[in-house]
Design a protein around this ligand. Structure first.
Ligand SMILES: [Zn+2]
Length: 564
């Protein structure tokens, strides 16, 4: 059975008790046991602070779904208690849910750094929302209700990442956001380890560290160490170079632009999000493009192939992105023999099939594909185990709640905490919706709140439900049958044999008609109305059971009764 949902009212600890005076309650509504929709809610003194509000991208068992949001029902009665949303950085899995939360209350202040706020503002424009924003930078300390916040620089695969320290009467909490410890980042902005150590000295009561790479031993290499492999591509490419990267990885794109400049090539951005983000990044001074280097891709197409670099999205094999469309020859840009495609990005778990399909399709067209598997062209944006251990030893937290990761990542991170001296009972591996109460320096699980998947389609939250997804999967796997039955309202019996119209499968002749007896029997057994919606529903259910037994197939059955 394909998994479509999780966290549907698990047994065990239930509704948390009233929060003790002087205690803080922490609950992640997303980001635990999954890579995405990161969102954590902090409660103190009757007020709420949210850190991040991201989306999760759907998998194959979520047909038709565009995005998956955290479940806001925990907040719905308390929207007016929210003092702000801190956004640690501008990745979709940290900011993508913001427009949907602001649809519930539009004036919640968004607190973040310059670039992150710029990215969220362009996103909000698509939803026609003007948000209230508070721009902060590393080193700032600011109070929002009872939450005294301090922001610290962290290094990640997007500029302007920040950790946030939260001081309240219940103690000091440090949430890292996504981070790593590249000691030689392109912009020279390293993770503020001195700040982490200072907070450690003050006494961190609860630490929420990024777990994404907690099960990867050792240290990540520096972004700068990718330069030789990127240079090699530029030095040897016989024709055009097509680079695919995340539209937010400004430093990687800067490296590509620097290489293009060195080798005298012109650059064009392709794809809506790439064009939009790079415009923002240039305007704010996060991306430097030498004058005259940037051209429109239609213009680039007319230039000598040895002079051209295209930078586009789609490195994860997303079917609608520019690169996948080029691979399936459904794009204005025609890939040809001798072109070089550089996939300068990670392989996000779950995307393997589509990425390898993309690489195969590109290779078939004669392109030379350079990727993480055959060259050192990517480094992750998340701290590995070695880096996390350094953090634990600097921060020396009393309690730890690993965040951002699948269960194995959270577990691995908790084990690192314990190895550095954290009491095993104080390293809390929990799931979305589990509430943790911090009081007198001790963090304990206190209950469980609703943290379901909320499905977005065409920018509408809740447009699909668990039930409708189950139907879609059944439609795809088992097809559908429409049954037309003509019933005499006086006798409540069939006037003639029902007609069966299967879609999506081909039963043998007369096979479905064998169910006529089931229709008759169900009608006969009905107490009330024999021609209304209840009758239609009862017959449909009986037919699904019959089909499951007889045909080993559970199609979606729709019965239409017409009165004779
Ligand atoms: Zn991130």
């Amino acid at each position: 059975m394909t998994r479509t949902s999780r966290h549907s009212a698990p047994a065990g600890p239930q509704t948390p008790p009233k929060l003790d005076k002087g205690a803080m309650r922490i609950v992640s509504l997303g980001g635990l046991e999954e890579i995405g929709r990161n969102m954590t809610v902090f409660e103190f003194g009757g007020k709420l602070l949210i850190v991040d509000c991201g989306v999760l991208f759907p998998e194959e068992h979520h047909p038709g779904v565009d995005l998956i949001l955290p479940d806001f029902s925990y907040l719905r009665d308390r929207l007016n208690d929210i003092v702000g949303i801190v956004l640690t950085h501008g990745h979709e899995d940290h900011i993508g849910g913001v427009p949907y939360l602001l649809k519930e209350r539009s004036d919640i202040p968004l607190i973040s750094a310059k670039l992150t706020l710029a990215f969220i503002k362009t996103k909000l424009q698509e939803h026609r929302i003007t948000a209230k924003t508070v721009q902060v930078k590393e080193g700032d300390r600011k109070k929002f209700g009872p939450f005294d916040l301090e922001f610290l620089a962290v290094n990640h695969s997007i500029p302007d990442g920040m950790a946030v320290a939260i001081r309240t009467g219940a103690g000091l909490v440090l949430a890292t956001g996504d981070f790593k410890m590249d000691q030689f980042p392109l912009d020279g902005r390293i993770t503020d380890l001195a700040g982490f150590a200072r907070l450690g000295e003050e006494g961190v009561d609860l630490f929420l560290p990024d777990s994404t790479n907690a099960d990867v031993p050792g240290f990540q290499i520096s972004e700068q160490d990718l330069a030789p492999a990127i240079d090699e591509v530029f030095r040897t490419a016989p024709r055009r170079i097509i680079v695919s990267s995340f539209a937010s990885h400004i430093h990687r794109i800067q490296q590509v632009i620097d290489a293009a400049h060195l080798y005298g090539r012109k650059v064009a951005f392709v794809g809506r999000s790439m064009v939009r983000n790079m415009k923002t990044a240039r305007e704010l001074g996060y991306l430097n493009v030498p004058r005259g280097m940037l051209v429109d891709f239609k213009e680039l197409d007319k230039m000598a192939p040895t002079k051209a670099v295209l930078i586009c999205t789609g490195s994860q094999g997303e079917p609608m992105a520019a690169l996948a469309r080029m691979a399936s020859q459904d794009h204005m840009i025609d890939l040809t023999e001798g072109d070089t495609v550089l996939l300068a990005s990670s392989l996000i778990p779950g995307n393997e099939t589509s990425i390898y399909r993309l690489i195969n399709d590109l290779t078939k067209l004669g392109a030379n594909v350079v990727h993480k598997g055959n060259a050192k062209v990517h480094v992750s944006g998340h701290a590995s185990a070695g880096e996390l251990v350094y953090c634990y030893n600097l921060v020396r937290p009393r309690n730890v709640m690993p965040v951002h990761g699948e269960h194995r990542h959270l577990k691995a991170n908790a084990e690192l905490a314990v190895r550095t001296g954290v009491d095993p009972k104080r390293a809390l591996v929990v799931e979305d919706g589990t509430t943790i109460d911090l009081k007198d320096g001790v963090a304990r699980v206190s209950g469980q709140v609703k943290a379901d998947y909320v499905y977005v389609e065409n920018m509408i939250a809740g447009a699909a439900t668990e039930e409708s997804l189950q139907d879609r999967i059944r439609l795809a796997e088992d097809g559908a049958v429409t049954v037309l039955a003509i019933v005499n309202p006086d006798s409540g019996k069939l006037e003639e044999d029902p007609e069966f119209f299967p879609v999506g499968f081909a039963p043998a002749a007369g096979e479905l008609e064998k169910a006529t007896g089931i229709v008759e029997k169900t009608l006969a057994g009905l107490k009330g109305d024999k021609t209304g919606p209840d009758a239609e529903k009862a017959i449909a259910e009986a037919l699904v059971r019959w089909s499951d037994r007889q045909l080993r197939r559970k199609p979606v059955v729709t019965v239409v009764i017409v009165e004779a």
